[in-house]
Each structure stands twice: as structure tokens, then as C-alpha cells.
Design a protein around this ligand. Structure first.
Ligand code: PGA
Length: 249
């Protein structure tokens, strides 16, 4: 059975006080059984979140990771530092990192490598731009993203990988892929994984959908057989909306 996961990517939102409020709010909801809930606050709020959520099953995820364990990398945070405060999962390859901060597949591969070596679980994001979708190149683009990154690793490495298909045209735009569009891409990704590794592994990898998931559309998207949950941006900033989404399976 694949893990069902709902992960909230807070992006660059919520300072210390706002996080305190949000955590209290989150803890006031009962957690749906059998669903793994994760939140990804900013680096400065990770320790606070880990401490506060100790009494729950909600896990805390970093939004980024450095490419070495220590050294002259101004502004970066290493796997060891994250693990030292109880953070064992990281988002890599989010389209905002790719587009705003020019992180290309070669650089992302370095991040995946150090995360895997450090036994940190990775939520690896991929997805096409609007023009790729319009020109019907979306499958090819996603296949290329996988070939240039995750497919360079061994099958043993894949046990720590969660995928998130996030069509860029659906992120923060209010526009979502239809459930059918999400399903066909997730199915396609799973088949690629099966060809590169094997079918057992492909069947065990959780593939999340991300891009304007809201309480009113989560159920339909999550009902698709190859959609194992969601990576939620905007709607994860509101505890009620986020927990509604987590209850949408
Ligand atoms: P959104 O963001 O839900 O606000 O579209 C999703 C994401 O960026 O992971």
C-alpha cells in the first residue's frame, strides 16, 4: 500500500507568531487515520514547529536543502542541521526554486544525492509550463525531468522518494489540472518508474498532485487511482482548509 500524503508548502509565509497560532489551530483538529500529514514552514520556523507538533503525527518538512554537510556555502542549511532538529523530509525541485532561483536539473540532482546519502526523505517536484501543455509536450517534459534527475539513482535510493506532479500553470493560479489530467500524468510517471526500475517499486511510490488544490476540488482529484495525495500551497496557510483537504480521501 502506498502512503497517502497531504503536505502543506507554506512557502515564504508565516513568521514566528503566525506560526504559533497556526500550529495551535492545526492541533485543534483530529487527524484523519491513515493519512500522513506534513507541513513545510520556513527554516526559521522549523524547530518551533517540530517541538509544537511532537504530540501529533504531523511531520515537519524543509522547503530546501544545501548541497553539502558543512562548509563555505553562505545562506545554506545542511541535511545534518535539519536532522539535528528533527526534520527528516525536504522538498526539492519546486518550480519556484527552478524558475526564480534558476535551480536546474543538474543542481537538483546534487540536492537529491545528499538527501539520499543522509537518509532524508525527498518530495521531488516536477511539472510542465503552460506552453508545454499547449504544444502537447507535457509528457516529454516530465519524462526528461525524471531522466535528468531521479533516474540517475539506484532503485534502493527510491525508497526515500515521494513525487509531486505540479503543472506550473496550476500553481497559485486558481487553475487546477482536471482529475483526468492529473490521473493520466501520474499513470504515465508510474509507468516510467516501472520501466526504469521495476513495477513493484513503481507501485509503492506515492505521487502527489500540486496546483491550486482546495477543499472543494481535493476529493475529486484524490479519488483518482494514481493520485496519492497533494502538495498544497495557498490552501495550506489556513488550518481549516488544510485539514478539510487532508480529510478528502
Ligand atoms: P498552490 O501551490 O496550491 O498555491 O497552487 C502548490 C505548490 O506550489 O506546491
Amino acid at each position: 500500500m502506498r502512503d497517502k500524503i497531504v503536505a502543506g508548502n507554506w512557502k515564504m509565509n508565516k513568521d514566528f507568531k503566525e506560526t504559533e497560532k497556526m500550529l495551535a489551530h492545526l492541533k485543534s483538529y483530529s487527524e484523519p487515520p491513515d493519512i500522513k500529514i506534513m507541513i513545510a514552514p520556513s527554516f526559521t520556523q522549523l524547530y518551533q514547529s517540530v517541538q509544537s507538533l511532537k504530540s501529533t503525527n504531523i511531520s515537519v518538512v524543509a522547503q530546501n536543502i544545501g548541497i553539502a554537510q558543512s562548509g563555505a556555502y553562505t545562506g545554506e542549511v545542511s541535511p545534518k542541521m535539519l536532522q539535528g532538529i528533527g526534520v527528516n523530509t525536504v522538498i526539492i525541485g519546486h518550480s519556484e526554486r527552478r524558475n526564480i532561483f534558476q535551480e536546474d536539473d543538474a543542481f537538483l540532482t546534487k540536492k537529491i544525492k545528499i538527501a539520499i546519502e543522509s537518509n532524508i526523505r525527498v518530495i521531488f517536484c516536477l511539472g510542465e509550463k503552460l506552453e508545454d501543455r499547449i504544444s502537447n509536450n507535457h509528457f516529454e517534459i516530465v519524462a526528461e525531468q525524471l531522466k535528468r534527475t531521479l533516474f540517475n539513482f539506484s532503485k534502493e535510493s527510491m525508497k526515500n522518494i515521494i513525487l509531486a506532479y505540479e503543472p506550473i500553470w496550476a500553481i497559485g493560479t486558481g487553475e487546477t489540472a482536471t482529475a483526468t489530467q492529473a490521473q493520466e500524468m501520474h499513470f504515465y510517471i508510474r509507468n516510467l518508474i516501472s520501466s526504469r526500475f521495476n513495477s513493484k517499486l513503481a507501485n509503492n511510490v506515492s505521487i502527489l498532485y500540486g496546483g491550486s488544490v482546495k477543499p472543494n476540488n481535493a476529493k475529486e482529484i484524490f479519488s483518482e487511482s494514481d493520485v496519492d495525495g497533494g502538495l498544497i500551497g495557498g490552501a495550506s496557510l489556513n488550518a481549516e482548509d488544510f485539514m478539510k483537504i487532508a480529510n478528502s480521501f
